[in-house]
Design a protein around this ligand. Structure first.
Ligand code: DAH
Length: 339
């Protein structure tokens, strides 16, 4: 073997053995076996050799190449193994360390009240549907018999986006949306957010929640309405709760009523929660106005219905004896986790 070949082999072997990483090893490989590598140069110079020498040198170069390739492979493997061992050492997990405590939130009293309420109505065969918070005047007012000069339509009370589009002021807007679909009978509740241009105080907020109820079918009477609300009040506030209908006016129901329940705290004797009266107002309701049915494509001679609207915050505040509505919107976990 020529001296050059011999020294290439010895030097390359030394370099391979001391290569510190994969990149260094690759550089060494290129410097020997690459296009311009030392061994490749020798192969290229073979054309100047005599025909007798050529096969001998050729064979030696091939032997050296095979030898070095094997060495490269071995080194590559051992470098990889060393790297892995090093990483495993570095990344050990100390399972005896204390864990990081995750701070968990808490279900909101509104949400708890809504789920309780939905459970009661689903139990009576109601379906839960939702309507849009950004609504047309048509669904929020017009189809509900609310005339142009009604105070609720005043800019002081309603957030308008355009002349015809607004933030709904009541979930009653869902009534017309469901009725005009034409599928009868109807038995739904529709919870959701509503908006009114109110100042924030202990009992008001520009955004709050209602749960609308609507039943339309044949022979639906006021007795059904009263029975339904009785059932709801007993299941939601306790088995001894009584209800009372007080005549009221809503444009989209006739007759209309406001509903009080006996105070769940004092049972009707009078206390701080019911302000001494023994009764607490929780919702508005009535028999769907024949004109509303008609406008929504339902024949009032054949069908009748009742509707009600519950203030979700109102029942949540009552049920959990919270005296300031603002607490519901601050979302302080220390407050929420009491419920
Ligand atoms: N939408 C009414 C309000 O916001 C509440 C209401 C009253 C809803 C009577 C009804 C109803 O469905 O029949 O004050």
């Amino acid at each position: 073997m020529s001296d050059t070949l011999q020294s290439i082999k010895v030097e390359a072997e030394k370099k391979i053995e001391t290569a510190g990483d994969q990149e260094g090893l690759e550089e060494i490989r290129v410097s020997i076996l690459g296009k311009k590598g030392a061994l490749t140069q020798i192969l290229k110079g073979m054309k100047d050799l005599s025909p007798e020498e050529r096969p001998k040198v050729g064979q030696q170069v091939n032997e050296v190449r095979a030898f070095l390739e094997e060495k490269l492979q071995e080194r590559k493997k051992s470098l990889k193994h060393a790297m892995l061992t090093e990483r495993l050492k570095r990344e050990t997990i100390d399972v005896t360390l204390p864990g990081k405590r995750q701070i968990r939130g808490h279900r909101h009293p509104n949400q708890i009240a809504l789920e309780d309420l939905e459970r009661v109505f689903i139990g009576m065969g109601y379906e839960v549907v939702e309507g849009p918070e950004i609504e047309y005047d048509r669904y929020n007012f017009e189809l509900l018999n609310i005339p142009a000069n009604h105070p609720a339509k005043d800019e002081q009370d309603t957030f308008y986006i355009t002349k015809d589009i607004l933030l709904r002021t009541q979930t009653s807007s869902v009534q017309a949306r469901i009725m005009e679909k034409g599928k009868l009978p109807i038995k739904i509740i529709s919870p959701g957010r509503v908006f009114r241009s109110d100042e924030v105080d202990a009992t008001h907020s520009p955004s709050f929640h209602q749960v609308e109820g609507l039943v339309v079918g044949k022979n639906v009477t006021m007795a059904d309405l009263k029975g339904t609300l009785d059932q709801f009040a007993r299941q939601f506030f306790g088995p001894n709760t009584k209800t009372k209908l007080r005549p009221h006016h809503f444009p989209f129901t006739e007759p209309s009523a406001e509903v009080d329940v006996t105070c769940f705290k004092c049972g009707g004797k009078g206390c701080g929660v019911c302000k001494g009266s023994g009764w607490i107002e929780i919702l508005g309701c009535g028999m769907v106005h024949p004109h509303v049915l008609e406008m929504c494509g339902i024949d009032p001679e054949v069908y009748s219905g009742f509707a009600f609207g519950i203030g979700l915050e109102r029942v949540a505040l009552l049920k959990y004896e919270i005296d300031d509505m603002r607490l519901l919107y601050e979302n302080d976990v220390r407050f929420l986790s009491q419920f």
